[in-house]
Design a protein around this ligand. Sequence first.
Ligand SMILES: CC(C)(COP(=O)(O)OP(=O)(O)OC[C@H]1O[C@@H](n2cnc3c(N)ncnc32)[C@H](O)[C@@H]1OP(=O)(O)O)[C@@H](O)C(=O)NCCC(=O)NCCS
Length: 213
Amino acid sequence: MSSYPPLNVAVHTPRLSLLGATDELLERLVPVVREGVVTEAPWPFDDPMSLYEDNPQREWRWLRGVWAGRAKVSETFWRLYFVVVADGSPVGMQDLIGNEFAAFGKVDSFSWLAPAARGRGLGKEMRQAVLHLAFEGLGARLAASDAFADNHASNHVSESLGYRPNGVDWATHRGSPAELRRWLLTREDWTTRRRRDITLSGVAECLPVLGIG
Ligand SMILES: CC(C)(COP(=O)(O)OP(=O)(O)OC[C@H]1O[C@@H](n2cnc3c(N)ncnc32)[C@H](O)[C@@H]1OP(=O)(O)O)[C@@H](O)C(=O)NCCC(=O)NCCS
């Protein structure tokens, strides 16, 4: 157990766990990140993203990004970093982001799975896990997501979990502009699909850190 509550938050589903990204778990994820460099289209990430680079510095940059994000926690902005563990092995990351959460009750999420772990339903399962944390654990009212239009897996995860289309946006990937599809899931729509086999731990202790009263 850590003395810092966000690192003790965990979400368990029958297939995987989201565990607060401690340094020990990040270390175990480094080889997965090393193998996960994206070298061809479709490019899933907006710029800058260290997973496009194939050099040793990208692992340091990835670690620094997580450390900086973990440290930058306030009542107006926070990002919870989770390592996704399936069958005892770290296979990816699932983050939950709150921007002015107290005012809007809205969260965003970011997902990344090792290429070898994709296409087996884990992406959908980890999104359901983090949505359970957001709506059940933190009392969220809305969950947003976006993905480049050619990121079929991410867009399909959103659509199949009840998010509704919420317009488009633009971002660059690898320096070129590309269209993003935006999605929004309301608490009401989540409630009709919510699962009963997902459990949370360590959430109550974390609420004051995130400014949730
Ligand atoms: C996005 C990501 C997390 C999804 O995880 P995944 O394990 O590949 O997805 P799943 O196996 O859970 O599939 C979810 C749904 O998408 C569909 N799907 C998966 N890959 C697909 C593809 N390439 N094209 C079309 N549909 C696809 C599946 O059939 C499934 O649909 P269903 O529930 O109707 O059967 C994963 O692909 C990933 O890490 N991609 C790279 C990083 C990324 O794009 N992150 C998001 C940035 S916004």
